[in-house]
Design a protein around this ligand. Structure first.
Ligand code: SAM
Length: 185
């Protein structure tokens, strides 16, 4: 099966770049400052799957020096547009060679693993990220539960896609993002 990254097009990147922390996103990010301050020492951070930089700027505000990486050029272009002083890099999947091993105290992964389709790719990315962590470094991996595709949420709707309930690993599932102007599918 061929998988493609839904975040690679400019229209979606534009919509995503206007998204702050409404609705369900508020809950996803709400507890991060406390978790980070309890478990992370040091100020060097990597934002894996930075998108248009929302999560990168979130870490900047917590005092981190952050590099954001993403496989979507449309997303990193937007991130640079919003935050010209920030460090945003478009990478090929799993290629972290531009970063020094052991150089990050924190790696935040805010939802890219929702979009990494196979176990092989997930493992490859996690291995690569692990090598970038310092000895005391921590990786925080925010992921959605499968219920995101079968329930109604403040920020997401799936009621029009009952077939999601029977989806097996590898099947396509549909979801509407409610907080963007165009209600992205
Ligand atoms: C739901 S968006 C989240 C963006 C950002 N972390 C935020 O919270 O605003 C997921 C991002 O992960 C990126 N992504 C998906 N697979 C990736 C991979 N293998 N490596 C790096 N980024 C990836 C997508 O291009 C997309 O920009």
């Amino acid at each position: 099966m061929n998988f493609s990254n839904v975040y690679k097009d400019d229209k979606r990147a534009d919509a995503y770049s206007k998204l702050q922390f409404p609705g369900t996103y508020h809950l996803a990010f709400r507890d991060l400052p406390a978790i980070i301050s309890e478990h992370v020492t040091g100020k060097e951070a990597l934002d894996f799957g930075c998108g248009s930089g929302r999560s990168t700027r979130f870490l900047q505000k917590l005092g981190f020096r952050v590099s954001g990486v993403d496989i979507s050029k449309a997303m990193t272009r937007k991130a640079r547009e919003i935050d010209p002083e920030g460090n945003y890099y478009a990478i090929e999947e799993g290629d972290f060679s531009q970063f020094k091993e052991g150089s990050f105290d924190l790696i935040l992964s805010a939802f890219p693993f929702d979009n990494i389709p196979t176990m092989k790719k997930k493992v490859m990315n996690l291995r690569g990220l692990r090598n970038l962590l310092s000895d005391e470094g921590r990786l925080i991996n925010l992921v959605s539960t499968p219920e995101i595709y079968t329930h109604e949420w403040t920020s997401f709707s799936t009621k029009d896609f009952p077939e999601n309930k029977n989806a097996r690993s590898g099947d396509t599932v549909l979801i509407i993002q409610m907080d963007t102007e165009e209600k992205n599918l």
